[in-house]
Design a binder for this molecule. Sequence first.
Ligand code: COA
Length: 415
Amino acid sequence: MGKALDGVRILDFTHVQSGPTCTQLLAWFGADVIKVERAGAGDITREQLRDIPDVDSLYFTMLNHNKRSVTIDTKNPEGKLVLEALIQKCDVLVENFAPGALDRMGFTWERIQELNPKMIVASVKGFGPGPYEDCKVYENVAQCVGGSASTTGFDDGPPVVTGAQIGDSGTGLHLALGIVTALYQRTMTGRGQKVLAAMQDGVLNLCRVKLRDQQRLERTGVMKEYPQYPNGTFGEAVPRAGNASGGGQPGWILKCKGWEADPNAYIYFITQAPVWAKICNVIGKEEWATDPDYATPAARLPRLKEIFAEIERWTMSKTKFEAMEILNGHDIPCGPILSMKEIAEEPSLRKTGTIVEVDHPTRGKYLTVGNPIKLSDSPTEVTRSPLLGEHTDEVMAELGYSLEQISALRVAGAI
Ligand code: COA
């Protein structure tokens, strides 16, 4: 069966996490992704957070599946010529170097356009144009400048970053959408274009609801679904909302049986208005279904703390999975707090290919997250990440270099 992006060639100049997330997705959709790495060293993550000596780290392998690796010294004049040949052969160049690095290498937008006017040049940067455009940025910096950290955590504690890599992987996803959109436009115009996904913008896009709340706060001075209401105070900016749902249906994380010993024996419980009577029945507070102090969403808002305390008395008598089963039986939205161990062992995720076991020549078997986006006509087969420079000769031959030329370039240190 064919793949959605069959025939699309990507010059993958990415490293660390944000860019590789993007190109891995494109590879899963069928693009030929040629990862260009620094000769001798490669993507720095190959050796970061290693769990086995001298073996590519899980950090690297889990972000670089289905790609080919070539090593080119792009600061070597002959290496530059190889890169030029690649630019002429590829449809998209993806990079997430520090600002200006590509220009310093001699590959400005204008030069790339000269070499290949159809080329799409896609970049992740920390910030868009403005006072911070020259700054280097990592995941947690993006979470802080994109509005996530100031709105995450509890009101009486410091800002908190989330474990979800919304700055890196989140921006990689945004970039991938920009690339396929530019490819689509190119089918009409025949022209390439620049695609930019700034990490600050990507995080802010995911924090859209908090900018909504900022404006609600400015208008009304209070947000009744936030835990600060009715007893706490609101300042000028959107406060941290703890585990409040952030939407129109109040929710909170509640203890379940075993919480004293198991840090993940909790469940997220949503008091969705249409099932309020069922919630009252399940927790044994039938009278709340008709009591005017509890019967309507507006009446419940100032009493959420007390209501969740009562629901928690019930959830603490059940394991999170028992609670999940009972509540789902009544259509009450909830979610057990799953540990990474539980997720790794979950059979249904293995079945859908969301968790995949991959074999690697030097590492052996390991688990990875497969393609979270499923296309019915373009199935994903996850294959291992390449060893450093594994495909240099193969790609050089495809570019038309003879064996002698390849040897000479190797001797010159260009590849
Ligand atoms: N051959 C020769 N040189 C190469 C090369 C190759 N194949 N590939 C890269 N380089 C050089 C570049 O030319 C550049 O050199 P220069 O600084 O002299 O211009 C350098 O390597 C690129 O390094 P840089 O991107 O500055 O890496 P860094 O380790 O100092 O910074 C980041 C890492 C992630 C902070 C930075 O790349 C960045 O801010 N990227 C954009 C935002 C981003 O994606 N952040 C999230 C990462 S998960």
